[in-house]
Design a protein around this ligand. Structure first.
Ligand code: GLU
Length: 438
């Protein structure tokens, strides 16, 4: 295990996160922080601390393939901040995972947890792999070895992983079991997003999508509009995209475009989302692809993003809305279900064009909020009803959405800058109250 409290946060480029020479996800993410920090007139000493991750762990994970051969994959856990509590954030299994990306994701988790006022810092993990080509047994062996390798740095009071792109409640169960076996004691609070029968929370699977819907409803309310009849396009049909689509439709919106990594689909009369979810889950569709779903025209990813609609929900991965396509986007509201879907350049163009962007750290904070509820329930050993979970989620998100909205109005800044300002101020307050151990 390499544990690096590195002075070059991307681990790949210059010592100054602002001057990375290649396109760095973390380098770009810092631009959003900078904008908010200058509005807050943040002390440069504090700023220096907050633009570096606390700890970056890199591990090699040997695991045995079903044919007996050994493969070695690279895994990461980045703990960006502990100022407000244990680090918190998902684990991503994807072929494009790098230290730079995981660092950016851990950075975003820090501000996400703070903007909804959870008692957590920020973290993220990842393994560079394609989970779609691994058998269930291979996935289990890989996960258990990954969990064993990061065991010293995770735990209910240290760092609490959760699902992200490419990981599932089953994978969280294996992490929990591996840690519990080594601890010689049931430790459900080490990870969230678990299945219900091993200490998961009711409402967790739907929580990120529900949060996206609540964020959109809150924004529309401020604008004096209703969700009823709004045309919505959703990019990505994983946990976040599919459940956002389902709930938005249930509450009166018309879903006119959806997509996954294989295909885009449109139907201006509205897509039957329930049938689309049943379609990807059918046993005869092992790739879980939307390809061939009836009643829709197919289109490319770019065409999907540029469809005529009122609301666009990017719910896939980073860097989808860029300087190249931003001017062609028709939506007046963008709700970021994914982490980091908009580049800083595109964000500037949306702001000039008067497009309301509900930033990732607010729009997709529903997942980690119910992860927090799960962690609380695990520690109490007392589990809440789904209605209680959803009510509390609604309260947390609406209250903090209002705070961000008001800050944006008062300072005449975008919702993104306001969300960062609120989050940074909360982290700074905890950091300075604790004092800097230097
Ligand atoms: N991976 C999710 C996110 O990006 C959830 C994190 C969590 O629940 O800790 O917000």
């Amino acid at each position: 295990m390499t544990t690096a409290a590195s002075n070059h946060p991307t681990g790949t480029a210059s010592a100054n996160p602002h001057k990375v020479s290649h396109i760095s996800v973390f380098g770009e993410a810092i631009e959003f922080f900078d904008e908010a920090a200058s509005n807050l007139e943040l002390d440069p000493n504090i700023k220096r601390i907050l633009t570096h991750p606390s700890r970056q762990v890199i591990i090699s994970i040997p695991f045995q393939r079903d044919n007996g051969d050994f493969d070695v994959y690279t895994g990461y856990r980045v703990q960006y901040s502990f100022a407000r509590g244990p680090a918190k954030g998902g684990v991503r299994y994807h072929p494009d995972v790098t230290l730079d990306e995981v660092t950016a994701l851990a950075f975003w988790m820090t501000w996400k947890c703070a903007v909804v006022d959870l008692p957590f810092g920020g973290g993220k993990g990842g393994v560079t792999c394609d989970p779609r080509v691994l058998s269930k047994n291979e996935l289990e062996r890989l996960t258990r070895r990954y969990a064993a390798e990061i065991m010293e740095v995770i735990g209910p009071d240290k760092d609490v992983p959760a699902p992200d792109v490419g990981t599932t409640p089953q994978i969280m169960a294996w992490i929990m079991d591996t840690v519990s076996m080594h601890n010689r004691g049931y430790t459900p609070g080490v990870v969230t997003g678990k299945p219900l029968n091993v200490g998961g929370s009711r409402g967790r699977v739907e929580a990120t999508g529900r949060g996206v819907m609540i964020a959109i409803q809150s924004a529309l309310e401020k604008m004096g509009k209703k969700l009823q009849g709004q045309r919505v396009v959703i990019q990505g049909f994983g946990n976040v995209g599919s459940i956002s689509a389902l709930l938005l439709r249930e509450h009166g919106a018309k879903i006119v475009g959806i997509s996954d990594q294989y295909v885009g689909l449109q139907n201006p009369a509205g897509i039957d989302v329930e049938s689309a979810i049943a379609y990807i889950n059918a046993p005869e569709n092992p790739r879980r692809s939307l390809e061939g779903f009836p009643g829709c025209d197919t289109l490319s990813n770019q065409q999907l993003l540029e469809l005529p609609c009122d609301i666009l929900v990017p719910a896939a991965i980073e860097n989808q809305l860029t300087a190249d396509n931003a001017r062609k986007i028709k939506a007046q509201i963008i709700a970021e279900g994914a982490n980091g879907p908009t580049t800083p350049a595109a964000d500037g163009l949306f702001s000039q064009a008067g497009v309301t962007v509900i930033p990732d750290i607010l729009a997709n904070a529903g997942g980690v909020t119910v992860s927090y509820f799960e962690w609380v329930q695990d520690r109490m050993g007392y589990y809440w009803r789904e209605r209680e979970v959803n009510e509390r989620l609604g309260e947390v998100l609406r209250e903090n959405f209002d705070a961000v909205w008001n800050l944006a109005q008062n300072h005449k800044v975008t919702l993104r800058t306001a969300a960062y300002m609120l989050a940074i101020q909360r982290v700074v307050d905890s950091l300075t109250t604790r004092g800097i151990y230097a």
